[in-house]
Design a binder for this molecule. Structure first.
Ligand code: CA
Length: 680
């Protein structure tokens, strides 16, 4: 527990039993937790009300500025101590577009800080801005609706950085590196093939997940023409969009409107928008608005130093009342104001279980189809007990919250921390049980043997919606680069087969499929600074490394079509999108008596109450073809090593030959089943 500066101002001083008690974060939580939903600058045409929670402050002043940077305050207003450690003041008049900061005096020091609840900011986020949010709505935004979506397992998530979409000239997109890049239709590469929004729509994904797009610290927004890049995992203002993604970072309303335009355009094209949120740490402590407002309250400590589960020098304390409230308030704000459809929590296990459940409950009030998931791990030891952390192994305690499956990621193509390590698709034997585990969406299944390796093969999901299945994301090597390193001796043709087999496993497994943008075009991040020739941590690498190279689409068109076909196949078959562990246990049966390095299963019995059909999926990781005996009747082949889609590309009965390093999916519809039942 941290010692805080004593509360020396406000009428609550008298209520404190002792000075010692006042210094505890626990005391602040017990006695001074503020439940109101009016923190920040609440704008009205006739007046704006400012309210800040700063229980350890002896005084707070509001500074009003004409601009978002430079110049002296045009007015300074003393704020009044209010209930539960809050400070407030009211300013009459229309303050839309007025910039502001607070000067918070704690322990004799005065810090100028941005309002933690600022909803708009000036350039580089150094001042908040009073904003008339209604006026930022693009035309028709009041009619914007979330595209139809029911269960988390119906999602196909496409992870993309705002800048990467359009920063290569081959994108043909005019708004380079901007939110508006996502609103452009008709963009084409040099071969005339669709890029950007049209490409994503044609691919058929249901959600994009944008890398951090709240205001982050490291890209200098005043230098738009200087080569700069960052993934954005260095939060500065949590409730403000990143300025460098707007066409004008100097006027706070522009970035808000343009981000809303992005969401609106994606929604209009049937695509939902999930946001990557990074509440687990701030870019540093010294300059953090948290620290300047209520020193040490928002961070966990380990002895005299700060606990560092984020690996970035600090970790926030979600178990504290006002940090938890802050996280909940922020996601609800993005969901309501920007119509954001889901939240991916960076290093989610830095947070406590109760906070993730509070996030889920609050978003259910907005719309229960909003997705919540994250990384069920940390970068280092956290300052709370592991039993309280939102770890992958504690997922059963977080209904409606998902976690990334590093199990499927590493089983398919090898461990991410060892570039040479191989998995099922690229030549490692003995991976069958781990692939089965992945296929079953990390829920318990009677046919899956617990792996002798600790934690591997130990079910952790209570429902398939909790398992986010992937082989690549922004972190680590791209799938294609990983194969180039682990299978350097194999031809490109063989590696494409491995890639296709890998994504076939992801897109047919129970759970929620996810992939990194461009994986469908063999995305690569070459680097001359790396021993391997590829960049496995491109967080600050140039556009030339990070951008999506749309001119690669023609060469990889067959791969693109395969991804598209698999997505369509998944969408067409509810059997691949079961919603409960029980359904999976009852309906998904793994076939026995198969060759080594082959996994096959059949799904029957009408899961999800859909039309009767039976489905067989086969994965052959051997270099040679294998013969698989089929249950009675004729089967339509919809997926093989060459092609994937909803229409049959062939039929089989009795047995089928599955090519080396390939997937196959076969379907038996109700008429075929009827034939078997009636013998006609
Ligand atoms: Ca910024």
């Amino acid at each position: 527990m941290s010692k805080l500066y004593a509360i020396s101002g406000g009428k609550y001083k008298e209520k404190c039993a002792s000075m010692e008690k006042m210094q505890d974060a626990e005391y602040l939580d017990d006695a001074l937790k503020y439940d109101g939903n009016d923190l920040g600058a609440i704008y009205g045409k006739d007046k704006t009300v400012f309210k800040l929670w700063a229980p350890t402050a002896s005084g707070v002043r509001l500074n009003l500025y004409e601009k978002g940077d430079g110049g002296l305050p045009v007015e300074i207003v003393d704020m009044t101590a209010g209930e539960k450690g809050t400070w407030f003041c009211e300013k009459s008049g229309d303050l839309n577009g007025v910039y502001y900061t607070y000067s918070v005096t704690v322990g004799g020091h005065t810090n100028e800080t941005v309002d933690l609840y600022a909803r708009a900011a000036g350039v580089n986020g150094n001042r908040g801005m009073v904003i008339d949010l209604d006026a930022t709505n693009p035309e028709g935004f009041e009619n914007d609706i979330r595209p139809a979506f029911e269960n988390a397992t119906d999602a196909v998530i496409y992870e993309i950085h705002v800048r990467d979409l359009s920063s290569d000239a081959s994108s043909g997109i005019r708004n380079i590196g901007k939110f508006l890049g996502f609103t452009e239709t008709g963009a084409k590469n040099s071969d005339g093939l669709a890029t950007g929004l049209d490409h994503i729509k044609d691919l058929g994904v249901t959600h994009i997940q944008i890398l951090p797009s709240f205001d982050y610290a490291t890209v200098d927004e005043t230098k738009p023409d200087t080569a700069q890049f960052n993934w954005g995992y260095d939060p500065k203002n949590y409730n403000v969009p990143e300025g460098s993604y707007s066409t004008d970072p100097y006027h706070g309303e522009v970035r808000i409107k343009e981000m809303k335009q992005m969401v609106q355009a994606l929604h209009a094209n049937g695509i939902r928008v999930n946001m990557d949120v990074v509440f687990n740490h701030t870019y540093n402590i010294k300059d953090s608005w948290f620290q300047k407002t209520v020193p040490d309250y928002y961070y966990r400590k380990a002895g005299d130093s700060y606990s560092n589960a984020s690996g970035c020098g600090n970790e926030t304390a979600s178990e504290r009342a006002m940090m938890r409230k802050y996280i909940v308030d922020s996601v609800v704000y993005w969901a309501r104001e920007y119509h954001i459809d889901g939240f991916r929590f960076d290093l989610m296990a830095v947070h406590d279980i109760d906070t993730m459940n509070a996030v889920r409950a609050a978003l259910d009030e907005v719309d229960p189809t909003i997705m919540v998931y994250g990384e069920g791990w940390t970068a280092d030891n956290a300052g709370i007990p592991s039993s309280e952390q939102a770890l992958k192994r504690n997922m059963a305690k977080m209904e409606g919250v998902g976690a990334f499956s590093d199990d499927i990621r590493d089983a398919v193509k090898g461990n991410v921390f060892d570039a040479l390590d191989r998995g099922f698709v690229n030549g490692r034997s003995g991976m069958e049980e781990r692939i089965k585990f992945s296929i079953a969406g990390a829920v318990p299944h009677p046919q899956i043997m617990a792996s002798p390796k600790e934690n591997a093969g130990k079910s952790w999901a209570a429902a398939p919606s909790q398992s986010i299945n992937y082989v690549s994301c922004h972190d680590n090597l791209t799938f294609w680069d990983k194969l180039a390193i682990s299978n350097a001796d194999d031809s490109e043709e063989i590696r494409i087969k491995m890639n296709k087999l890998g994504i076939a496993i992801v897109l047919t497994s129970q759970g929620v499929p996810f992939f990194q943008a461009g994986e469908e075009m063999l995305r690569s991040k070459p680097s001359d600074k790396s021993d391997t020739g590829f960049d496995e941590n491109s967080y600050i690498s140039p556009d030339s490394t990070n951008s999506i190279k749309w001119d690669g689409k023609a060469k990889a068109y067959d791969v693109y079509e395969y991804y598209k076909g698999l997505i369509a196949f998944r969408k067409a078959h509810g059997a691949l999108r079961m919603t409960t562990a029980k359904d999976i246990q009852n309906n998904l049966v793994f076939m026995g008596g198969l060759d080594a390095n082959v996994v096959a299963y059949i799904i029957s019995n009408k899961p999800n109450n859909e039309t009767a059909e039976r489905l067989i999926v086969i994965f052959n990781a051997n270099r040679n073809a294998v013969n698989i005996w089929l249950p009675s009747g004729e089967w339509d082949i919809c997926v093989n090593g060459a092609a994937a889609g909803t229409a049959p590309i062939g039929t089989a009965a009795g047995s089928v030959s599955v090519d080396g390093i390939s997937a196959m999916a076969l379907v038996q519809g109700d008429s075929a089943i009827e034939k078997i039942m009636t013998g006609k």
